[in-house]
Structure formats: C-alpha cells, structure tokens
Design a protein. Structure first.
Length: 185
C-alpha cells in the first residue's frame, strides 16, 4: 500500500525508506556476488545514503515504488534521481555523451561495459523483488524492461545484452546468476 507522499518528512517515513534501501542493497549484493561481482555488489547504490538522495527518498517514500516519481510530480523533476544516475555506472543514463559532427551537438548513448550491465540486471531483479514483495515472479523484471521506452536513450547493444539477461532470468530464475558467473561475464 502506498504511503501518503505529501513531501513531509517524518520519522516513520525515514525508517521505512531506510529499511527499503537496505533490503534492496542486500538483494543486489547477493545477486552480484552470485554473478562474481563482489565489489560492485558491496558498493552498489551508496549514494542513496547521501543527504541529497536519502532525505528526498524518505520525504517521498511510497513503499511500493520509487520515491523519485512522487518527487517528479511534486517538484517537476527528481533532483535525487539526477544526483543518483550521475554517480552510479549501473544506470544506462550515466552512459551518455555528446555526439559531434552534427550541426548541433546532441546527447547520444554509448555502450556500457558488461560488468555494469550485469549490475544493472541484478539491480532490476532486486527492485522488482523489493517492490512486489510476495507478489514477485521471475517474469516481472523482463516485463518492466519491455514496458520502458529506452529507444534512443540506451545504446542498442546494451539494451540487447540486458534483455538477454532478463530473458534468461525469466526462464531459469536464480540459476541465471550462476550461469552469468560461469560464462556470460
């Protein structure tokens, strides 16, 4: 059930937000470790504990989805998200650069290194596990990815690699982490 997202900060929302991000980080750490990415799992999303992200996340805590959406509705943009994506290489939004040689320079996606694609995969699985709780099933991370509009925002090579990992997870579940560790990485 969603919390009231009036932008007010209270101790109940601080505790619940902290519990949510710690739970999510623990799941990502577990999945990254299974994939052979111990260090990435250990340092995953540490920026969420910075004042910029933490207090905004607590203020807009909802319980069943990211607080960034509520901040966007309230403020017109999510400043916590902009802070987060600029510091965490497992987000495809981090991997943009200017394309030159055009009449006007424009942003363009660049391919992500495999280790960050794998961390992004672990992050997406853990996010679905965190927000869906006991309603979670292994097809949800792929379904969520397919609903998102990433064309032109995520490099096509990155998108295909992520889609392949999410399909593998939808087919075999937890076994996919071990398979990634043994061969795909």
């Amino acid at each position: 059930m969603s919390e009231k997202t009036n932008g007010e900060l209270n101790i109940k929302k601080v505790r619940r937000h902290l519990r949510t991000i710690v739970h999510h980080r623990n799941l990502v750490f577990k999945h990254c470790r299974q994939c052979g990415l111990f260090w990435q799992g250990l340092v995953h999303d540490l920026s969420k504990f910075s004042p910029t992200e933490f207090f905004t996340g607590a203020r807009y805590y909802q319980g069943d989805r990211s607080p960034n959406d509520a901040e966007r509705r309230d403020r017109g943009a999510s400043y916590a998200w902009m802070h987060h994506k600029g510091r965490n290489r497992h987000h495809y939004e981090y991997w943009t650069d200017y394309k030159t040689g055009e009449p006007e320079p424009r942003f363009t996606p660049v391919p992500m290194p495999n280790k960050y694609i794998i961390e992004m995969f672990c992050d997406r699985v853990a996010a679905c596990e965190t927000y869906y709780k006991d309603r979670f099933d292994k097809s949800q991370p792929l379904a969520y990815f397919e609903r998102c509009r990433t064309e032109g925002l995520m490099h096509p090579e990155t998108a295909e690699k992520l889609r392949s990992l999410l399909r593998l997870y939808a087919e075999v579940g937890e076994e996919s982490f071990e398979m990634i560790r043994k061969g795909i990485k």
